[in-house]
Design a protein around this ligand. Structure first.
Ligand SMILES: Cc1ncc(COP(=O)(O)O)c(C=O)c1O
Length: 391
């Protein structure tokens, strides 16, 4: 049972939000690297297929697991069986259903920080009596396995991973994936994989999602710019898990939007959109690498998705202040790192799924601001010892 008193407002700086509102009201042109969604309209062909599906009668209830035609398309892509898939109203509901059926009282779930902020809330909503274990990634945003092993015990029920990763853009390599799987088999826990940016991995990886310890979920939100349409899916080879998910879906949502399912299943038969989007994103990562290197700003080049997580330690600013001042002075919005985990206050996230003009202008302004603040930080350090001496 959720206690109302436990529901706290999100700790995004009030100052930042009111400044953004004020700038919007003044019609100031803000370059937004803040939101986690692409800038473009959904593909025309997909929109036409939605209309077609409505006109062709896909307006009624359908199977709670989802339309067979869509499950078949997803099954083909990953070598899944269609009976092992449930179509959900996005990636978030997929995770929410999974946590609801798997997390019992006192079970432990490990997740890696920095992370998508919803995870903490989702776990709490699924079972407030389950225990979540935050595990910080290394400075290179990878997993320190010897530390991780110390966190695993008999109560460990789930390790939740996200690859490509929000907010860092990193992708788990095959060796780490295999090591995690070995641990899951040995200690009998599930690995739940959030693959919401999976179609946007720049270089192909070969993971085994078919193992019974793996549960995979994803969505169509990010790749086609349809974050508001709400459609995603989950997969497990364990039929009991699928039956339980189907049961929740049936009694909470009945089914996911029928005409969207039909439109997407038709669209997936011939989709080159994501390949073009992926390649545009990758080109932007090359530019990021070049510009940041030239300015000697540390950055882990994203390997997938559309986020980069940038260390701002040299500016001596906390992430909230950095985001606020950058918006105030240069009209560029970024997301403070602290939202992705308490220990990540020295970072900000940028979403680079923006058009080329905004990208170039926004990154130049970001760098200019960063360098100004870095110089100020260096100067204030120089002045400090002097003033100490005088006093
Ligand atoms: C890592 C991650 N998982 C899940 C989601 C939610 O996806 P959906 O819109 O399909 O529910 C997001 C959205 O920002 C995300 O970044």
């Amino acid at each position: 049972m959720i206690k109302f008193s436990n529901i706290k407002p999100d700790n995004f700086s009030l100052e930042f939000s009111s400044l953004a509102r004020e700038k919007n009201q003044n019609n100031d042109k803000i370059i937004s690297f803040g939101l986690g969604e692409p800038y473009f309209k959904p593909p025309d062909k997909l929109v036409k297929l939605v209309n077609k599906a409505i006109n062709n009668g896909f307006n009624r209830y359908c199977h709670p697991q989802g339309l067979l035609s869509l499950r078949q398309q997803i099954a083909k892509k990953y070598s899944f069986l269609e009976e092992n898939i449930v179509i959900t109203a996005g990636a978030k509901p997929a995770l929410s259903i999974l946590l609801k059926i798997l997390l019992h009282d006192k079970d432990e779930i490990i997740f890696f920080e920095p992370c998508f902020p919803s995870y903490r809330h989702q776990i709490h909503l699924a079972n407030p009596k389950a225990k979540f274990i935050r595990f910080n990634l290394t400075k290179n945003f990878s997993i320190n396995f010897s530390n991780l092993k110390k966190k695993i015990n008999k109560k460990t029920k789930i390790i939740l991973i996200n690859s490509p990763h929000n907010p860092t853009g990193q992708v788990i390599n095959e060796a780490d994936f295999e090591d995690l799987l070995k641990l899951a088999k040995k200690h009998k826990f599930y690995i739940i994989i959030d693959g919401v940016y999976n179609d946007l991995i720049y270089k192909p990886y070969n993971y085994n999602y078919l193992d019974k310890n793996i549960i995979y979920f994803s969505s169509f939100s990010k790749v086609y710019g349809i974050t508001g349409w709400r459609i995603g899916y989950l997969h497990s080879t364990n039929q009991q898990i699928i039956n339980a998910c189907k049961y929740i879906q049936m009694h909470v949502n009945t089914n996911t939007n029928t005409f969207l399912q039909k439109a997407i299943s038709d669209y997936l038969k011939n989709d080159d959109f994501k390949i073009k989007f992926r390649s545009k994103l990758q080109k932007k990562t090359f530019l990021l690498e070049k510009i940041f290197k030239k300015n000697q700003i540390q950055i882990n080049i994203p390997m997938g998705g559309f986020f980069a997580f940038i260390c701002i330690k040299e500016t001596n600013l906390m992430s909230d202040d950095f985001a606020f001042l950058l918006l105030k002075k240069y009209d560029v919005a970024v997301t403070p790192g602290v939202l992705f985990g308490k220990k990540w206050d020295n970072y900000v996230r940028i979403c680079f799924a923006v058009n080329n003009k905004d990208f170039n202008q926004g990154i130049n302004k970001f760098i200019q601001f960063y360098n100004e603040k870095k110089t100020q930080a260096i100067n204030s350090k120089r002045i400090k010892p002097l003033s100490n001496k005088i006093s």
